[in-house]
Design a protein around this ligand. Sequence first.
Ligand SMILES: [Cu+2]
Length: 94
Amino acid sequence: MSIRKSLVAFGLATVALSSFAATGDAEIVQSTPLQDGSVMHHYKDGKMAMEDKFGRVTSMKDGVKMETRDGKVIVMSGNEVARLFMGKFKETRN
Ligand SMILES: [Cu+2]
């Protein structure tokens, strides 16, 4: 089992940090932890996708405001549910 796969396996138990590490999608330029434990992934083209605190891909409407763990407010741009899902899917199959 690779280190990355074991991180994915531990994702449910160790919440934020591991779900953070579990997405190695090259299209993602930045992953920002939010107040509620979810993570906002930022794609190269400026679109975003959300992951909840359990590492599950979640949907959020374009334009919704979110507060980051360090207190900044960011606005949702796009809602790349399928893209994040496919990125995670490919990764767990490697
Ligand atoms: Cu969001």
